[in-house]
Design a protein around this ligand. Structure first.
Ligand SMILES: [Zn+2]
Length: 223
């Protein structure tokens, strides 16, 4: 499956193969269909020792995992039974059913996904970035992590500025660099008699204005 490594990380199933991921219309949830790798198959659910298979148990089973954004997410896999010499017939061990395994701290994991989501907004930029930011904000507002709720509020308050930055790729860094160059030109311009000459020099140097000079052929036109 494409992006299998990403899905393994997102679903928190390190020792398994993600066969496919689907959106289940009935439960309005994301479901990752997963198969265990050989090394973790056929182990006792209590002591994890390698056992012989018993039967298919109740067939496929779903385990709730961490939500993906606003959607609940499940891992779906076979849940066969094994015959343990010590514990008898028990449901086979699955790595993700361990207490908190793979998803150590749900809040931390959610915070990580939120952080990555915000990075994505600024990586794609333009219209796609704005739409991603809309989705991110509605997610962050409801995430119950105070730092992100607060950040979502602050982003909403300055949203027009962020949209402008996403549209034009402008940032404080660019503005600061232009300011520095203008200060330099101002030093050079100390001998000028009026501010108009200074402004003209700034416009010429940084404004992208290229007036045609008398007697010169515009190199852009050629000849
Ligand atoms: Zn056992």
């Amino acid at each position: 499956m494409r992006n299998a490594r990403v899905w393994r990380a997102v679903l928190g199933v390190d020792e398994a193969v993600v066969e496919r991921v689907e959106f289940d219309e009935d439960s309005r949830a994301v479901v990752g269909h997963v198969r265990l790798v050989r090394a973790t198959r056929g182990r006792c659910g209590i002591c994890r020792c390698r056992c012989s298979g018993y039967d298919a148990g109740e067939g496929r089973r779903r385990w709730r995992t961490l939500d993906l954004g606003s959607r609940p997410a499940y891992i779906e896999a076979d849940a066969p039974r094994v015959s343990c010499p010590k514990h008898g017939v028990v449901v086979a061990h699955v790595p993700w059913a361990r207490h908190g395994a793979g998803h150590t701290d749900p809040r931390l994991h959610r915070a990580y996904l939120l952080k990555e989501g915000l990075r994505y907004v600024f990586a794609v930029k333009s219209e796609a970035g704005k739409q991603a930011l809309d989705r991110w904000l509605s997610w962050a507002r409801r995430c119950r992590i105070p730092a992100f709720v607060h950040l979502a509020k602050r982003i909403s308050a300055v949203r027009p500025h962020i949209d402008a930055a996403l549209e034009h790729g402008l940032s404080n860094a660019l503005i600061e660099s232009v300011n520095t160059k203008i200060r330099l030109i101002t030093r050079v311009a100390f001998g000028f008699r009026s501010a108009t000459a200074l402004i003209a020099l700034v416009m010429l140097s940084l404004g992208g204005h290229r007036p045609a000079l008398p007697g010169r052929i515009d190199p852009r036109i050629g000849q």
